[in-house]
Design a protein around this ligand. Structure first.
Ligand SMILES: [Zn+2]
Length: 63
């Protein structure tokens, strides 16, 4: 439980699942996301929410 909470506040980088490069401000990228249940939706910065929710993130170079 404590670890789970701690994990929620550890920033996670939004990285491409193909080439592992970081998605930076101004980058265009594709994210494949499974729509979570309303109760499980994350409320946080968008990049953090996507990094935690997305099945796949594809950067502009890999598209
Ligand atoms: Zn990539």
């Amino acid at each position: 439980m404590v670890n789970k909470i701690k994990n929620l506040f550890t920033p996670r980088l939004l990285i491409c699942t193909n080439c592992a490069s970081k998605i930076e401000e101004g980058d265009r990228f594709i994210a494949h996301i499974t729509m979570p249940a309303e109760k499980k939706m994350l409320v946080s910065r968008m990049d953090q929410a996507i990094a935690r929710t997305a099945n796949r993130v594809i950067c502009e170079k890999c598209q």
